[in-house]
Design a protein around this ligand. Structure first.
Ligand SMILES: C[S@@+](CC[C@H](N)C(=O)[O-])C[C@H]1O[C@@H](n2cnc3c(N)ncnc32)[C@H](O)[C@@H]1O
Length: 794
C-alpha cells in the first residue's frame, strides 16, 4: 500500500518514508479492512476534510489523556490521523472536523520533528565520514536510511576511451540521479556519489530535489524505475550482467549486485546515436520498430543541437528522425550535452549539463544566481542583440506555425530594443525558500529553480530590479534568517523552539517602485503576502480569547515591527502593505492592510500620472511602456484632429486609454477588476481627461459584452492577459463598427491563434494582418511584447 502514498513535496516524502511505516490493516471497532492513505495535502476539498474528520481512531468514551497517549505511541494511528482514511463515514459534525484537523497539525509537527532529527543524524554521520576521507565525494543521502549500499555507474563522456577499454577499479565519479533509481534502491538507502555537476549542489538539495518526481504517482515511480534499468543496461554489454542488474533493480537484496566492480562493465558512448541504441535495447525490438523516431527516456544523456528558442524560453532541439527535445537554457546554434528529465508522448524535456560548442554570441551572465540555477532570466548568457533576434524569430515561428500566415518573415518587424537591459523592472515577487540542510535551516526569498517548479533558490539581489528594491529584499531576508543588523531588529525566523522549521509568517515578498504620491520623489512599496492564519489587525479583541487568536496577534505584532524596521532601514520606502489571501466559499478574498507609510504609489507615463493600487496590474517596465504605447498610437493611426472613438479592451488602470485620449474624440475602457476600474476613473480625473469613460465588465461573458453594445468604436485596442482573446471578444470584433484593431500581447502563441481567427476570410467581418511589431519589455528573459495591426475596409 506504500505506493498509494503520494508525497507532494520533498519534505512530505521525508515524513512519509523517514518516519512512518505502512500499516496494511485499518482497525475499526466493527471491521478490519485495507487502508487507503489520503495525503494530507489533498485534503483541501470539503468532502475530504469531512472524511478526515469523521475518522475516529480512539475508542468511544476514551479520555483526552488516553487519546493523547494513543497518538504519541502508535505510529499507525498517527498515520491514519495524518492522512485520513478514504473509505469512512462522512456524516460526523463540524466539531469532529475541527478536532481532527487540530490533531493532524499536532501530529504533523511531531512527525516532521522526528523525521528531521533522523535525517540530520544520518547527514552528520556522512559528513563525519567525509571529513575522515572515508568517502571522497558524497552528493546525497536518502533521508530515511542508514547507509547500506553503494551504487556506482561510470559517467561516460563523448570522446573518452573506446568501448572495449577496461575501466579503472576506482572511478572518478558516478551518476547521482536519484529520480532515476528504482523504488527498491530508495528503500535500501543508497548513498550516491557526485558527478561534477552534482558536486556543486549541497547534500540535501540534491536528494530532495531529485526525490520529488518520484512521489507523485505509482506511474511515475515505475517510469523512474525503468529509467534506472535503462541506465544499468546501457553500461553493460554483457547479457548476463544486464540480467543481474535488472534483477538487482527489482529487489532490495539484489540491488547491490548492480554495483558490481566497474572493471566488469564496459563503457558506452552516450552521444546521440549510441543513446538510441540503448533506448532500443530497453524498449525491445518490437516497440522500436513501431516508431521510426528516436524516443529518449528519462535519465538518458543526449548530445543535442539547438535550433531556436520556443516560447517558454526552452531551446528546441531535434533528434535524428525529428523527435523534439526541449532543453532549458539551450541557445540557438549551441551543441550541448543534456539529460532527459521528462519524456512525453510527442516530446521530451532535458536539462543542460554542458555546452560542447557555444552560441557565437554567448556572454558571461553578470548575475551570480544564473550559474546557481535561478529560473528567472533564461537568456542572460546571450548578448542583448542576439536576444532580440531570437525573440523576433519566436514571433515569426508562432505566426507561421499557429497563425498559419504564409509569409511570417515579412510580417514581423525587427524588435524594438530596451535602452536599459538591466534594473528595469518596477515590480518583482520573491517566494520564501526554507530548506533544512546539514548546516541547519536556510531561509531566504527567491525564484523557482530552473526546470524545477517545486523548489526555490534564495537570491541575495536581482539584476532586474534597482538597488533600493534589492535593499528591501536583503532586509527582509535578514529578518527571516534572524540576522540582526541592528539590535532591535525583529525576527521572522521560521525556527521553532526545537530548532526545526515552523510555519512561515511571510510567504512571498513583492517590491514595487514608482513615485511617492505626495512628494513625487522616486519611491518603493513592499507587499508582505502573509499566511492566512495571521488575523487581520481589526479583530484583535475577539482573537485574544483563544490561544490560536493570541498566537495570531503575536504574529501580527511581529509583522508590524518588521514593517517599521523596513521603513527605518530603507530610505525611499513609501509604504509596507500586508496582503492576506484566502478562499471563502471557493471565492478568492484579498485583504490589504497598510502596516506603515502610504497605501498607494504613483507612476508617470507619457506625461500623465497614474495611481497604482498594491494589487492592480501595471506594466512592469515603465520606461519601455512609453515606447510600447507609442507603437500602439502609431498603429492605431490616430491624429491630432481627434476624430475617432477609441475602445480599449482589458484597460487595467486605464493607461492605454488615457495616454491615447488626447488624440481621440472619445475613449471607452473596459476592465473586469473593480479596483482597477476605480483606479482608471481616478486617473482620468487626476489628469483632467473628461472624455474617457470606464466600464466594469467581464469580457469572457457574451452577456456582459452587451454593456458596450452601444459604443460604436472606430478603433479598438486590446491588451488581454496571456490566455488571449475569448471567443466572445472575437465575435464582438467581427461584428463591431471598427476599421482598425490593434492587438497588444505578451504571448505570441495565443496572439497568432487569435489573429488567424480574426483574419479567416470565410467569416463575415474578417480583418487583414498588416504587421507585427515586437517590443522588448523584458530583456534577459524569453518574454516579448507584440503589437499587431489588423485592418479591414468597411
Ligand atoms: C495585460 S493587462 C493590460 C492592462 C493595461 N492595458 C495596461 O497596459 O496596463 C490585462 C488586463 O485585463 C484584465 N482582464 C483579465 N481578464 C479579463 C476579462 N475577462 N474581462 C475584462 N478584463 C480582464 C486584467 O485585470 C488586466 O488588468
Amino acid at each position: 500500500m506504500e505506493s498509494l502514498v503520494a508525497a507532494r513535496s520533498p519534505q512530505q516524502l521525508i515524513n512519509l518514508r523517514g518516519f512512518f511505516r505502512p500499516v496494511r490493516q485499518l482497525q475499526t471497532p466493527k471491521q478490519s479492512r485495507e487502508e487507503l492513505f489520503v495525503p494530507r495535502s489533498t485534503l483541501k476539498h470539503r468532502r475530504d476534510l469531512s472524511t478526515a474528520a469523521a475518522y475516529q481512531p480512539f475508542p468511544a468514551g476514551s479520555t483526552q489523556a488516553e487519546q493523547k497517549r494513543t497518538m504519541t505511541t502508535s505510529p499507525g494511528v498517527q498515520q491514519q490521523m495524518m492522512y485520513g482514511s478514504g473509505n469512512v463515514d462522512c456524516t460526523k459534525s463540524r466539531i469532529a472536523l475541527r478536532r481532527a484537523l487540530e490533531v493532524q497539525d499536532h501530529l504533523q509537527h511531531l512527525a516532521e520533528q522526528r523525521a528531521q532529527q533522523e535525517l540530520l543524524y544520518a547527514l552528520e554521520l556522512r559528513q563525519q565520514q567525509i571529513r575522515q576521507s572515508m568517502i571522497p565525494d558524497v552528493a546525497g543521502i536518502l533521508p530515511n536510511a542508514q547507509p547500506r549500499t553503494f551504487t556506482r555507474e561510470t559517467e561516460v563522456m563523448p570522446g573518452q576511451p573506446s568501448l572495449q577499454q577496461p575501466v579503472t577499479p576506482e572511478p572518478r565519479m558516478h551518476v547521482g540521479h536519484v529520480a532515476s533509481l528504482p523504488q527498491q534502491a530508495l528503500d535500501a538507502g543508497v548513498v550516491l556519489e557526485t558527478t561534477e555537476e552534482a558536486r556543486r549542489q549541497s547534500l540535501l538539495e540534491l536528494a530532495c530535489a531529485d526525490l520529488a518526481p518520484l512521489s507523485s504517482s505509482r506511474d511515475e515511480e515505475s517510469r523512474a524505475g525503468s529509467g534506472a534499468m535503462a541506465k544499468l543496461t546501457s553500461i553493460s554489454t554483457s547479457p548476463a550482467h544486464s540480467t543481474s542488474a535488472l534483477a538487482g533493480a527489482q529487489s532490495r537484496s539484489a540491488f547491490s549486485s548492480a554495483a558490481a566492480p566497474l572493471s566488469n562493465l564496459q563503457r558506452t558512448d552516450l552521444s546521440s546515436s549510441s543513446s538510441s541504441i540503448s533506448t532500443q535495447q530497453r524498449r525491445g525490438p518490437g516497440k522500436c520498430a513501431a516508431s521510426a523516431q528516436q524516443v529518449p527516456a528519462v535519465g538518458d544523456e543526449l548530445v543535442l543541437e539547438c535550433s531556436s528558442i520556443a516560447y517558454g524560453g526552452q531551446g528546441v532541439c531535434k533528434l535524428p528522425g525529428g523527435f523534439t527535445v526541449f532543453c532549458e537554457r539551450a541557445l540557438p546554434g549551441e551543441r550541448l550535452r543534456a539529460r532527459v528529465t521528462a519524456a512525453k508522448k510527442g516530446f521530451a524535456v532535458a536539462r543542460k549539463l554542458e555546452a560542447l560548442r557555444q552560441h557565437s554570441h554567448a556572454v558571461e551572465a553578470p548575475c551570480q544566481h544564473f550559474a546557481e540555477g535561478c529560473g528567472g532570466c533564461s537568456l542572460q548568457s546571450l548578448a542583448y542583440a542576439a536576444q532580440l533576434t531570437a525573440k523576433r524569430q519566436q514571433v515569426v515561428d508562432a505566426l507561421g506555425r499557429i497563425g498559419k500566415a504564409e509569409n511570417p518573415q515579412d510580417l514581423v518587424r525587427p524588435a524594438i530594443p530596451c535602452k536599459q537591459p538591466f534594473h528595469y523592472r518596477n515590480k518583482m515577487s520573491f517566494s520564501l525558500s526554507a530548506e533544512q540542510s546539514c548546516g541547519g535551516l536556510s531561509t531566504g526569498f527567491g525564484f523557482k529553480r530552473i526546470g524545477d517548479a517545486s523548489s526555490c533558490l534564495p537570491v541575495s539581489s536581482c539584476h532586474l530590479q534597482d538597488e533600493t528594491a534589492n535593499q528591501i529584499l536583503q532586509c527582509l531576508t535578514a529578518a527571516a534568517q534572524n540576522r540582526s543588523p541592528t539590535d532591535d531588529m525583529p525576527s521572522l525566523s521560521l525556527r521553532g523552539k526545537d530548532g526545526m522549521m515552523g510555519k512561515p509568517l511571510v510567504r512571498r515578498l513583492t517590491v514595487r517602485s514608482g513615485v511617492h504620491p505626495d512628494s513625487g520623489a522616486p519611491a518603493h512599496q513592499a507587499i508582505l503576502h502573509v499566511s492566512p492564519d495571521v488575523a487581520p489587525p481589526g479583530k484583535t479583541d475577539r482573537a485574544k480569547q483563544s490561544k490560536q487568536g493570541f498566537d495570531s496577534m503575536a504574529k501580527q505584532d511581529t509583522l508590524q515591527r518588521v514593517a517599521e524596521m523596513l521603513m527605518r532601514e530603507v530610505p525611499g520606502l513609501a509604504g509596507v502593505i500586508q496582503h492576506r489571501e484566502y478562499n471563502n466559499a471557493r471565492k478568492r478574498v484579498d485583504q490589504l492592510y497598510t502596516l506603515a507609510g502610504s497605501s498607494v504609489l504613483q507612476q508617470r507615463l507619457c506625461g500623465l500620472s497614474f495611481r497604482m493600487s498594491p494589487l492592480a496590474f501595471f506594466q512592469t517596465n515603465s520606461q519601455q511602456t512609453e515606447v510600447l504605447y507609442r507603437a500602439v498610437a502609431d498603429a492605431a493611426g490616430l491624429s491630432s484632429k481627434r476624430e475617432q472613438h477609441l475602445l480599449d479592451l482589458y484597460t487595467g488602470t486605464g493607461t492605454i486609454a488615457l495616454s491615447l485620449a488626447p488624440q481621440c474624440k472619445a475613449v471607452t475602457g473596459v476592465e473586469s477588476v473593480r479596483s482597477a476600474v476605480a483606479d482608471a476613473r481616478a486617473n482620468g480625473k487626476q489628469n483632467a481627461i473628461h472624455h474617457a469613460h470606464f466600464v466594469q465588465a467581464d469580457l469572457s461573458s457574451a452577456d456582459e459584452l452587451q454593456r458596450i453594445a452601444s459604443v460604436n468604436p472606430d478603433v479598438v485596442v486590446a491588451d488581454p492577459p496571456r490566455a488571449g482573446l475569448g471567443s466572445s471578444v472575437i465575435d464582438y470584433l467581427r461584428a463591431c463598427s471598427a476599421h482598425t484593431f490593434v492587438y497588444v500581447s505578451c504571448d505570441p502563441a495565443t496572439q497568432a491563434r487569435d489573429v488567424q481567427k480574426l483574419c479567416d476570410a470565410q467569416q463575415k467581418g474578417a480583418f487583414q494582418l498588416q504587421f507585427v511589431q515586437p517590443v522588448d519589455m523584458f530583456p534577459q528573459t524569453h518574454h516579448i511584447e507584440t503589437v499587431a495591426l489588423l485592418q479591414r475596409s468597411m
